[in-house]
Design a protein around this ligand. Structure first.
Ligand SMILES: Cc1ncc(COP(=O)(O)O)c(C=O)c1O
Length: 373
């Protein structure tokens, strides 16, 4: 049996007619930059997140970068981010001219270890970017409390967690992206909500930030040739917006299908010694963008699964403080032991809404054989 790592084709097969209709509508209309399609998708996405505003961008990286720019973060400033995330989180800080300051992650949720944030705060710290890694939100209650005490901004990196939720102490559930100043999403094709190309989104409930972000993402203009700041061409593509708007209506159902698949994985993996399955906090929902398990001899197991046509990915083999791109920051091996351990042991198993129980059982059996031979 051949098992892909993810399967967007299955989603698109089901939506073929709808997507083709939308494609034809956009082509017929001939408006390909911003316009009604982008506005409608922004409105729907803001509603989905429970935010007042949403601003479409060209990618998740652009969203993170624009968020920092809109908050006035730049040269001389420091921004706290996890040492273990996709590198774009750090790149956005660097593009803004600020310095990323890494903090280790927890060994269960793989999100920021909030007990280690305080030590990383200096008089230059301006913001924290919690990353809701693999689909589970970071501990926003602790992060919001620290940010409040130290007057820091919060930019949530929600690139992997569309539709995940967090329960606040008052018992209310909030969609991820909504608890900080700005939430940043990616619509990279394999994400829980993925485009047919690149795309991203900013959400906020702050009107001043919304106005600033709209200007920044569209060449710094307030009308066609009136540019009030040095902005960027970082717009969400109109065709992508129209296609994503169709896909958004299926996101909740797809997230539920991922959660069901995760439940099956948990059940079939529970008797295999040495496999650490994802841990979910009670006050959070997890949308399993990635189903990452920790195992001994990871690289050997990876090889063995790939020989059986089971596609896995390592998210991520190298933490950010050990990346050559950031060698000038002066971090060393051993600085963030949990990030380094997770980078050594993690393997992402095939996960997508349409994965079948038989496929999950096949992966689990192959994993068992790989671990015991
Ligand atoms: C955690 C995280 N942050 C940021 C990004 C950047 O998003 P994009 O690829 O849309 O620029 C990604 C996407 O891979 C991501 O996983």
């Amino acid at each position: 049996m051949k098992i892909p790592f993810s399967d967007v084709k299955a989603q698109h097969r089901q939506l073929k007619n709808e997507l083709e209709k939308v494609f034809a509508r956009v082509v017929k209309k001939g408006d390909f930059i911003l316009g009604e399609e982008v506005r409608r998708f922004e409105n729907d996405f803001a509603r989905f997140c429970g935010s007042r505003y949403a601003i479409g961008t060209s990618s998740g990286t652009a969203a993170l970068f624009l968020a920092l720019r809109s908050l006035g973060i730049g040269r001389g400033d420091e921004v706290i981010i996890p040492a273990f995330t996709y590198i774009a989180t750090a790149f956005a800080v660097t593009y803004a001219g600020a310095t990323p300051v890494f903090v280790d992650i927890r060994d269960d949720t793989y999100t920021l270890d909030t007990g280690k944030i305080l030590k990383a705060i200096t008089k230059h710290t301006k913001a924290i970017i919690p990353v809701h890694l693999y689909g589970q939100p970071a501990c926003m209650a602790a992060i919001c409390a620290i940010a409040k005490n130290h007057r820091l901004k919060i930019v949530e990196d929600v690139a992997q967690a569309h539709g995940a939720a967090i329960k606040t102490p008052d018992g209310k559930w909030h969609t991820a992206g909504n608890l900080g100043d700005i939430g940043c999403f990616s619509f990279y094709p394999s994400k829980n909500l993925g485009g047919l190309g690149d795309g991203g989104m900013l959400v906020t409930s702050n009107e001043a930030l919304y106005r600033q972000l709209r200007i920044l993402r569209d060449c710094g203009r307030i009308s066609k040739y009136d540019h009030v700041t040095v902005g960027y061409n970082a717009r969400l593509d109109t065709l992508q917006a129209a296609l994503l708007r169709v896909k958004l209506t299926h996101l909740k159902r797809w997230n539920t299908m991922r959660q069901k698949a995760a439940q099956v994985y948990k059940e079939v993996l529970k008797d295999i010694p040495g496999v650490v399955v994802p841990f979910k906090e009670k006050d959070r929902s997890h949308v399993y963008h990635v189903y990452g398990v920790r195992i001994p001899h990871r690289d050997k197991v990876f090889e063995s699964l790939s020989k059986k046509n089971i596609s896995c990915i390592i998210h991520y083999p190298k933490p950010l403080h050990l990346q050559t791109a950031y060698k000038e920051l002066g971090y060393r091996k051993g600085d963030f032991p949990v990030s380094e351990m997770v980078a050594r042991e993690i393997i992402s198993l095939p996960m997508y809404p349409h994965i079948k129980k038989t496929q999950i059982v096949f992966v689990a059996n192959a994993l068992k054989v790989a671990l015991t031979t």
